[in-house]
Design a protein around this ligand. Structure first.
Ligand code: MN
Length: 498
């Protein structure tokens, strides 16, 4: 048998079967099976599975532990369809050799210095944070850390999550040299509420801890996308931090009260929000995450249309949106259709990840996709037209000075659990009129606002004022200046409406 030197994990292929090579690498993971002991090795170019065997079920090389840096001689073998190594010899590296290897691994985790898709001040300002996020995410991928993306289940939240998903899945696949690994090391979990609900936190946490125990996994990296309510997110992150999970938060909603940003920054490993650098909510999560995806994986594909899609859904209207619209190669009309179909489908998908279905919905393939959207849109159009007839009949309009005050009882014009959602019902009522106007949609425990051309109006201020005036109504909520929700306890409904 010939002995070679200077091989790297990333270079191993079928022609190496039967050969022995020596590698310097880090032990990312160790698992005991009923047969051999499995070592997951990282040489800074890729991961490789290697086996050590003394006797069935007995731990091989017991003085070698997780996170050790070693030099090992491996015999390359094929098991089923995958290449792996059989450990011939293994010994710990010296301090100097270890430091060299740490540097090499760190180098691989460094993000790509790709140019942004569009030129804008906001991205220059966000750049340091985006690079940090890319490095944390790349480290997770290359060091066998599972990743969970928790995102708002609306078109913007999905767009942001899909952009990052399309960057990381190919890297996970390549790194593990396996198609199944993308299911073992990556999960996406939609959130119906625009914040990390406590019930969701416990469900996710429960799943993670069970899987961790069952498969002896590392602590995951959790990425929160488009979940706007900082206060509620803080509770969620605190719970995750009790298990010392890494958390990255990406958002574009107004962080509200002073001090909120500092609080969440202290708690999370990274908090990215255009508001932190003096910008507003028009730079939506789909835009931030698409740019981040390109730093994570320079070969990421099929994401260029996501910023414009997300911007269309979230009514983004600044220069940045215009630039992304051009890049998307879609018309605004088609994106409107696309966005509402995403809202429609994902409303019924609810908490399910449905990775394959979502892949189709977000244009796995361009030609089939236009067909798919057109077909779904037929259904959506019908639902909306029906609702519109009801809204036209039951909407109430009052004029206060030169402002139209539009009122709709959301719970009474559409059936519970059916599309369109209450916030879409308010949008439909709002779009029936033009000019200066405030629309409110009334629910048992909340009021939804949509406002146009009423400069002094601000949903967040209204929420804060009422909170101070009526602490007993347990008021919460907010959102954007001209669109948001005021929540309260049902018993206070009459008083709040007044
Ligand atoms: Mn959003």
């Amino acid at each position: 048998m010939i002995k070679f030197k200077n091989k790297l994990f990333s270079m191993i292929n079928e022609s190496d079967i039967g050969n022995k090579y020596t590698f310097k690498c880090k032990i990312e993971d160790i698992k005991q099976t009923s047969g051999p002991t499995i070592f997951i090795l990282n040489d800074g170019t890729s991961l490789l599975k290697a086996t050590g065997f003394i006797s069935a079920g007995e731990r091989a090389f017991p003085d070698i532990n997780k996170k050790d840096f070693v030099e090992t001689e491996l015999l390359i073998k094929k098991r089923k369809t995958k290449l792996e190594g059989e450990i011939v010899t293994i010994k710990k590296l010296t301090k100097n050799e270890t430091n060299t290897l740490i540097k090499k691994i760190k180098q691989k985790n460094k993000p790509f210095q790709t140019e942004f898709l569009i030129e804008t001040e906001i991205l220059n300002k966000l750049k340091p944070e985006l690079l940090k996020a890319a490095e944390i995410i790349r480290s997770a991928i290359f060091e066998n850390t599972p990743i969970l993306i928790k995102h708002h289940a609306d078109c913007d939240g999905y767009s942001g999550a899909i952009a990052i998903e399309r960057a990381i899945i190919p890297l996970i696949r390549k790194n593990h040299n396996s198609q199944k690994s993308e299911f073992n090391f990556y999960t996406r979990s939609p959130s119906m509420a625009p914040f990390y609900e406590y019930s969701d936190v416990l469900r996710d946490l429960g799943n993670i801890l069970d899987v961790k125990k069952k498969f002896d996994k590392k602590n995951p990296l959790i990425i929160l996308i488009d979940l706007g309510n900082i206060k509620k997110n803080i509770l969620a992150i605190k719970r995750l931090k009790m298990y010392d999970f890494k958390v990255i938060v990406i958002d574009h909603h107004d962080p509200g009260e002073k001090g909120n940003i500092e609080k969440i920054k202290k708690l999370a490993d990274l908090y990215i929000n255009p508001f932190c650098v003096g910008f507003d909510s028009s730079f939506v999560c789909g835009m931030i995450c698409t740019e981040l995806a390109r730093l994570i994986n320079e070969n990421v594909k099929n994401i260029e249309f996501l910023p414009a899609l997300a911007g269309t859904a979230d009514k983004s209207d600044k220069d940045e949106f215009t630039k992304y619209l051009k890049i998307s190669e879609y018309s605004k009309e088609f994106l409107e259709k696309f966005a509402i179909c995403v809202d429609f489908e994902t409303y019924y998908i609810k908490y399910q990840e449905s990775r394959e279905l979502i892949e189709d919905l977000f244009r796995r393939n361009k030609i089939n996709h236009e067909n798919l959207i057109n077909k779904i849109y037929e259904q959506v159009k019908q639902k909306i037209q029906e609702t519109q007839t009801a809204v036209e009949k039951y909407v109430e309009v009052q004029k206060i000075d030169d402002i139209k005050f539009i009122k709709i009882d959301c719970e009474k014009v559409s059936s519970y659990g059916e599309f369109p959602t209450p916030s879409k019902v308010v949008r439909i009522s709002h779009d029936l009129f033009k000019g200066k106007r405030i629309s409110i949609g009334i629910l048992q425990d909340s009021i939804i606002f949509r406002v146009n051309e009423v400069e002094k109006f601000d949903v967040n201020e209204l929420v804060n004022d009422l909170k101070k005036q009526k602490p007993y109504a347990l008021i919460e909520g907010g959102g954007h200046k001209f669109a948001g929700t005021l929540k309260f306890i049902p018993v206070a409904k009459k008083e709040i409406l007044k």
